[in-house]
Design a protein around this ligand. Structure first.
Ligand code: SF4
Length: 125
């Protein structure tokens, strides 16, 4: 089972929202999204029109990054759900929320989902 090992704050910046991937640090002023208030460079970043595709892609990425699901895992789970011919998005989100690492995180056993995932892998939960 693979997992993303790169910088977590980069994922937040990519989707433009706080995904709370680093536990308590996310609530402090050390958060990367809090620090970076304006874009780099002399000129302010231009507002561009967000396409429908980009909007949907961003929402999918947000869910993937939040729950720590890889693209391959994501595709396989959707493929399985397609066979059932049900409303995919709701069921998929329901499946993600029922994962043991997410439950451990929501119960407060861990500070972040990554930490909860490690606890599950090490057999503490
Ligand atoms: Fe995202 Fe801020 Fe947490 Fe970094 S510290 S993962 S930018 S919410």
């Amino acid at each position: 089972m693979g997992r993303y090992t790169g910088p977590a704050c980069r994922l937040c910046r990519r989707v433009g929202e706080k995904l709370m991937l680093k536990g308590t640090r996310c609530a402090t002023l050390k958060c990367g999204m809090e620090k970076k208030t304006k874009s780099s460079g002399q000129r302010p970043a231009r507002r561009r029109k967000v396409s429908d595709y980009e909007l949907r892609l961003r929402e999918k990425q947000k869910a993937r990054f939040t729950y720590g699901v890889k693209e391959q895992q994501f595709r396989l789970s959707l493929k399985r759900l397609r066979r059932l011919r049900v409303c995919l998005v709701i069921i998929w989100l329901y499946c993600l929320k029922r994962r043991l690492d997410n439950v451990a995180y929501r119960l407060g056993f861990a500070e972040s989902r990554n930490q909860a995932r490690q606890m599950v892998q090490h057999g503490h939960v």
